[in-house]
Design a protein around this ligand. Structure first.
Ligand code: ADP
Ligand code: MG
Length: 652
């Protein structure tokens, strides 16, 4: 069991090295319990593993003990003059001993194999659970947890868990069984020699504690340096363009060298101490071996005349000494390993705690009970629910008195005195009231940070409002099931996310059951059809790396087509055209106009030319609507909008 598990934690012989004393290992009981619950499907496997672990440990102890029988019962008598023991007896005994070793080795092999498949199964389950749960988390979670941290739950944390499940736990169990059984076997062989072993172990621990303490300081530094270097690499890779544009290469390299150097120094120090551990341990082990051999030999040949201690215990045979020597080696080894394993386990438990913390994150709450259904109108104009796609939608609103009400989906949105804060105490929106009749186009203009995006975040309930009401077709949006609410809106954001897949698949994201024809029609509506057909494989061109082969504007057009294919009554366009140049925008604009026709549209735009034809323009300043009205009205008022408008004119 000398195969050292590869892991990101302490290198062998670090503070995780042979150091039983010192740093207390804290393991949360609940985490252990939860982890154990994942084993529930593997009860039989675990029983087998347990049996094999015990078999393997006991077999190796028995083989060591058998050495005594072998020597005292066969070899020594055979050396005698008139021996009744023949070679065939010895051969039989050797075969028996061989069987014990083979049995131990096979058991070791079996439990490793079983644990490997059990741990992979458990990890698969955990990853599935984590990902499924992540999909239920509110946007708020992703605001406060960065990508790297979330990612590390899937990589580092699960990997240390795998190390623990597949290696550390079974090895620790095996070590403990071995230690206990060897200890009692040694005691049975010779109390005095056992005492020598214990005394020696005490010295070894002192030495290891000293070395471990020295290296643990550098080990902590090493971990920090690793993180430092990694995060720097990530930042620089992501910001390559900025690095190049500002000719920051040399500076960036210098900074990397500095961090890399620090990593080198800390790693060197941590490991130079750590690397002493192995040799020291080995050599001390040999010294112990020699001492045991000498003392054992002395005891055996009863040549300590004046030592009264030996009275009554000087009955050691050659076989006893040989088997004791073997036992002592298999005693020291697992003891030095078990502390490493415990450390690996503690580290994995920390990872498990982080994983469970993610799984425990409160999912996005949804108390909505009003759902969106396909609607059919009968001759009298009454709405009934339909299984098929009718192209018409209605809100199904069950009332507390047991009656059902169907309300046609129109796209009427009303905000009534809404206050909102992302962070408690820092109100971002103050008393925002507005209404949008179905088919109306409402524009938000205002400086960066005024709260335009925030309003749209509230309408689709990425966040919940602190005070006030938002109604959708007369229904409080808190009563509407979130998925249905969002299904009824199309959203085009400034930051486009395209997924790996064909252009067609990316457009179909808007409505998963859309036919190819519908997707192409949507692309035509968004004026994306032209450039898509110019792509090497047209609609079947595979996009990779967030559509990095496309221009910003082309990516935006695809995202507009994606919103169009859903054909929702409400559209939110948040700076959707700001990354498109003015000439392309003119082309897109006609597509956008087609897209907006007959829908309630909330549009946020940088260029005021895009919003001029809106039914109403809201001017926001620091979370308050300070002006509202049509373009003409606002111009005539000569207020903030007028300033912005004339300012924008000068810019263009
Ligand atoms: N996720 C967030 N967490 C905390 N504050 C935020 C968050 N998003 C935006 N804000 C803050 O809310 C204010 C309004 O932002 P936003 O609505 O995005 O402005 P914009 O009008 O440019 O779209 C800003 O002061 C911004 O700092
Ligand atoms: Mg914004």
């Amino acid at each position: 069991m000398s195969n050292q598990p590869r892991r990101q934690g302490p290198p062998s012989g670090g503070p995780g090295g042979p150091k039983m004393v010192g740093k207390p290992v804290s393991v949360n009981k609940n985490t252990v319990k939860r982890l154990l619950s994942y084993f529930s499907n593997y009860k039989l496997h675990m029983i087998l593993v347990f049996v094999f672990i015990i078999t393997s440990a006991v077999a190796s102890v028995m083989a060591s003990l058998f050495l005594q029988t072998l020597i005292d019962g066969y070899v020594t008598p055979m050396l005698g003059a008139n021996s009744s023991v023949g070679f065939s007896d010895l051969a039989m005994a050797l075969v028996k001993m061989g069987c014990l070793y083979v049995c131990g080795a096979l058991s070791g092999l079996f439990y490793s194999r079983i644990m490997a498949s059990v741990s992979q199964g458990i990890l698969k389950k955990i990853r599935d659970k984590m990902f499924a749960h992540m999909q239920t988390l509110p946007i708020k979670y992703f605001d406060s947890h960065n990508f790297g941290d979330t990612m590390s739950h899937y990589t580092n944390d699960t990997d240390s868990l795998r190390q623990m499940l597949a290696q550390s736990v079974p090895q620790a169990m095996s070590s403990i069984v071995t230690i206990v059984s060897v200890f009692f076997s040694m005691l049975r062989q010779s109390v005095w020699l056992t005492l020598i072993v214990i005394a020696f172990l005490f010295i070894i621990f002192k030495a290891m504690g000293f070395i471990g303490g020295k290296s643990s300081k550098y080990f902590v530094k090493q971990q920090k340096s690793v993180a430092d270097v990694n995060s720097y690499i990530e930042e620089m890779v992501n910001g390559q363009k900025v690095v190049k544009v500002f000719c920051y290469e040399d500076k960036s390299k210098a900074e990397f060298d500095r961090r890399n150097n620090e990593l080198f120094n800390n790693m060197r120090k941590a490991n130079s101490y750590g690397n002493i551990v192995g040799p020291v341990m080995n050599n001390l082990g040999y010294i112990l071996y020699v001492i045991l051999a000498i003392v054992g030999g002395l005891l055996a040949i009863k040549s300590i005349p004046n030592l009264s201690l030996t009275a009554g215990i000087n009955t050691l045979t050659l076989g006893t000494i040989a088997s004791f020597l073997t036992l002592s080696r298999s005693f020291v080894q697992p003891i030095s390993q078990v502390s490493q394993q415990i450390n690996a386990i503690a580290m994995a438990m920390a990872g498990a705690e982080r994983i469970f913390a993610l799984i425990d994150e409160a999912p996005e709450a949804d108390d909505g009970y009003v759902t969106l259904v396909n609607a059919k109108y009968d001759a009298d104009g009454n709405i009934t629910e339909s299984e098929e796609r009718t192209g018409q939608w209605a809100w199904k609103h069950p009332h507390s008195d047991g009656t059902l009400e169907y309300i046609p989906l129109k796209g009427n949105v009303v905000l009534d005195d809404v206050d909102f804060a992302y962070v408690e105490g820092k109100t971002v929106l103050h008393n925002v009231s507005l209404y949008a009749e179905p088919g109306q186009k409402v524009a938000f203009v205002g400086a960066t940070g005024a709260g335009k995006t925030t309003i749209t975040n509230l309408i689709n309930r990425f966040y919940d409002i602190a005070d006030g009401k938002i109604r959708y077709d007369g229904i409080n949006i808190n009563k509407i099931k979130k998925a249905d609410l969002r299904r009824s809106m199309g959203i085009v954001l400034q930051d486009v996310n395209l997924f790996t897949g064909t252009v067609m698949e990316n457009i179909r994201y808007g409505k998963l059951d859309a036919t190819d024809e519908e997707c192409i029609a949507a692309a035509k509506l968004a004026n994306a059809d032209g450039f898509i057909r110019m792509l090497p494989q047209g609609y079947n061109t595979v996009l990779e790396g967030d559509g990095s082969g496309l221009s910003q504007g082309q990516r935006q057009l695809i995202s507009i087509a994606r919103a169009a294919v859903a054909d929702p009554p409400v559209m939110i366009l948040d700076e959707a055209t700001s990354s498109i140049d003015t000439r392309t925008e003119a082309i897109v604009q006609s597509g956008m106009d087609a897209l907006m026709k007959g829908r309630t549209v909330f549009v946020i735009a940088h260029r005021l030319s895009t919003v001029q034809n809106s039914d109403v323009i809201m001017v926001l300043e620091q979370g308050r609507i300070i002006e509202r009205g049509s373009h003409e009205k606002l111009i005539a008022e000569k207020g903030k909008y007028y300033q912005l408008y004339t300012g924008a004119f000068e810019l263009e």
